[in-house]
Design a binder for this molecule. Structure first.
Ligand code: ADP
Ligand code: ASP
Ligand code: MG
Length: 411
C-alpha cells in the first residue's frame, strides 16, 4: 500500500477554524486505497502553557510528571482532528504514541525512539482509516509516557515515515519552507528549494526550529525525503534530500544563518589546572544526562584556569547546582551563570573549500561592535556566542555579509 505521512505543527491546529481547514485539506488529499498517516502537534502554545503551569506549582518538577503532563497537548489535538475528519465524512482514528507502539529510552523530556511496532497502525490503514497520531510522545519499557524534546512531533512523523516506508513525508508549518534565516528576523531571507541532510541537520541543531534536528537525523539515516511546506496554501516548499551533484542547489558557500536563544552559559573559576579535572567536571554532568554544547577553557595563570560551557536553558538550574557541588569537591572557585546568551551560526557545505569564511564572520561582528564570547567550528559551520541582545542584529548582519539577502520580501 502506498503510504503518505503528513505532519501539522501547533500553529496549523491552533483553534477550531484551523483544525477544520487542516481536515478539509486532508480529505482533499486522501486517495482511496492509499494509506494516510497524519501526525499533529499540540494546539498553538499549549505545550508552553502547560510548562508554565507546572513551574508555578513546582519550580523543579519531576521529569516523569512533566512528560505525563505535556504529552496531553497532542492527545487533545489528535482526537479533535480525528472527530473533525469523521464529521467531514472521512474514516479516521486517533492514536497516542503508546497505541502506535513508539518505544523510547528513559530520558524523560528528550527521549530517543529505539523501536516502533506499526502493527495497530497498519491494521487501521488497511481498514482505509486515516490514522491521526499524537506527535512528540512515546513510551519507555517501564510503560511511562516519554516526550521527544521540543519540536518532537517532526521526529514522530519522520520515524513513522521510515518504519512504514512511506512514499513521502510532508511537514506542514506556518512558513513556506526552510529559509536562509528565520524570515521573522531577516526580512530579506529567501526560501531554499532543496537542501541536503547535512546542512539541514546543522541548521536544525543550531537553532533553526522549523524542523527538529532529530527528525533530520532519522530522515538521513532512513533515506526519507522531507517536504517542508506551508499549511496555508498548496505552493511547493523545501525538499530535504541527499546531496546530489546536479541538484539545483547553486554552489554557495553559506546556505543559511541560525540563531539559538535557548542556551545558557556557566563558568567555573579558579579550576586547578591539572590532568583529569575537565574529565571530572564533564563526566558528572554527562551522568546527569545534561547535554553540554560549547566549552572553553581559559589560559592558565598560576596553576588555575576558568572553564565556561553552555547548556540548554531548561537544564540551567540542574546544571548549576551540580556544578556548585563539583566546585567544592575539586576545590575550585565560584560558579557564575549567564542565563541569556545567543548563539549565531553560519552553515554551508561549500565552506569546506573556501578559506576566509571565519575571518568574514568575525569582521562582520566586529563592524557591528558585537563582542564574541565563545567560538566553535566544524567542517561546515561556525558558531559564535554573543550577548542575548545582539543575537538578531548579528544574524541580519551575517545574512547580508554572506550575500544572502534577496530583494523580494520573505513570506
Ligand atoms: P510548527 O509549529 O509547525 O512545528 P515551529 O514554530 O516549530 O512550527 O517552526 C516554524 C518556525 O520556525 C517559523 O515560524 C519560523 O519563525 C521559525 N524559523 C526559524 N528559522 C527558520 C528558517 N531558517 N526557515 C524557516 N523558518 C524558520
Ligand atoms: N508540542 C511540542 C512542542 O511544542 C512538540 C511539537 O510541537 O513538535 O515542542
Ligand atoms: Mg516545530
Amino acid at each position: 500500500m502506498k503510504i503518505t505521512v503528513q505532519k501539522f505543527g501547533g500553529s496549523s491546529v491552533a483553534d477550531a477554524v484551523r483544525i477544520q481547514k487542516v481536515a478539509n485539506r486532508i480529505i482533499q488529499t486522501k486517495k482511496p486505497g492509499e494509506g494516510l498517516v497524519v501526525v499533529v502537534s499540540a494546539m498553538g502554545d499549549t505545550t508552553d502553557e502547560l510548562i508554565d503551569l507546572a513551574q508555578q506549582l513546582n519550580p523543579a518538577p519531576p521529569e516523569r510528571e512533566m512528560d505525563q503532563l505535556i504529552s496531553t497537548g497532542e492527545q487533545i489535538s489528535s482526537a479533535l482532528l480525528a472527530m473533525t475528519l469523521e464529521a467531514g465524512g472521512a474514516k479516521a482514528v486517533s492514536l497516542t504514541g503508546n497505541q502506535v507502539g513508539i518505544q523510547t529510552d528513559d530520558s524523560h523530556t528528550k527521549a530517543r525512539i529505539f523501536k516502533i511496532d506499526p502493527g495497530k497502525m497498519i491494521e487501521e490503514l488497511e481498514q482505509d482509516r486515516i490514522v491521526v497520531v499524537a506527535g512528540f510522545q512515546g513510551i519507555n519499557l517501564k510503560k511511562d509516557v516519554t516526550t521527544l524534546g521540543r519540536g518532537g512531533s517532526d521526529t514522530t512523523a519522520v520515524a513513522l515515515a521510515a518504519v512504514l516506508d512511506a512514499a513521502s513525508c510532508e511537514i506542514y508549518t506556518d512558513v513556506d519552507g526552510v529559509y536562509t534565516a528565520d524570515p521573522r528576523i531577516v526580512p530579506g531571507a529567501f526560501k531554499i528549494e532543496r537542501i541536503c541532510y547535512d546542512e539541514m541537520l546543522e541548521l536544525a541543531s543550531l537553532g533553526t526550529k522549523v524542523i527538529q534536528n532529530r527528525a533530520v537525523e532519522f530522515a538521513k539515516k532512513f533515506d526519507v525525503v522531507l517536504h517542508v511546506r506551508s499549511s496555508f496554501h498548496d505552493g511547493p516548499g523545501t525538499l530535504v534530500t541527499e546531496e546530489v551533484e546536479d541538484m539545483s542547489m547553486e554552489q554557495v558557500v553559506i546556505r543559511g544563518v541560525s540563531l539559538n536563544q535557548e542556551e545558557a552559559k556557566l563558568t567555573i573559576t579558579l579550576v586547578p589546572d591539572k590532568p583529569g579535572i575537565a574529565a571530572r567536571i564533564f563526566k558528572s554532568i554527562a551522568e546527569a544526562n545534561i547535554n553540554v554544547d560549547m566549552i572553553i577553557q581559559n589560559v592558565s595563570a598560576q596553576g588555575f584556569t576558568d572553564v565556561s560551557f553552555t547548556v540548554p536553558r531548561p537544564e540551567l538550574a540542574k546544571t548549576s547546582s551540580l556544578l556548585e557541588k563539583i566546585a567544592r569537591e575539586i576545590e575550585a572557585g565560584e560558579v557564575s551563570v549567564e542565563e541569556k546568551i545567543a548563539k549565531v551560526s553560519i552553515v554551508g557545505v561549500g565552506m569546506k573549500s573556501h578559506p576566509g569564511v571565519a575571518a568574514t564572520m568575525f569582521e562582520t561582528l566586529a563592524r557591528e561592535k558585537i563582542n564574541i564570547m565563545m567560538i566553535s567550528t566544524s567542517e561546515i559551520k561556525i558558531s559564535c556566542v554573543v550577548r542575548a541582545e545582539d543575537g538578531e542584529r548579528a544574524v541580519r548582519a551575517l545574512h547580508t555579509a554572506f550575500g544572502l539577502d534577496r530583494e523580494e520580501e520573505a513570506g
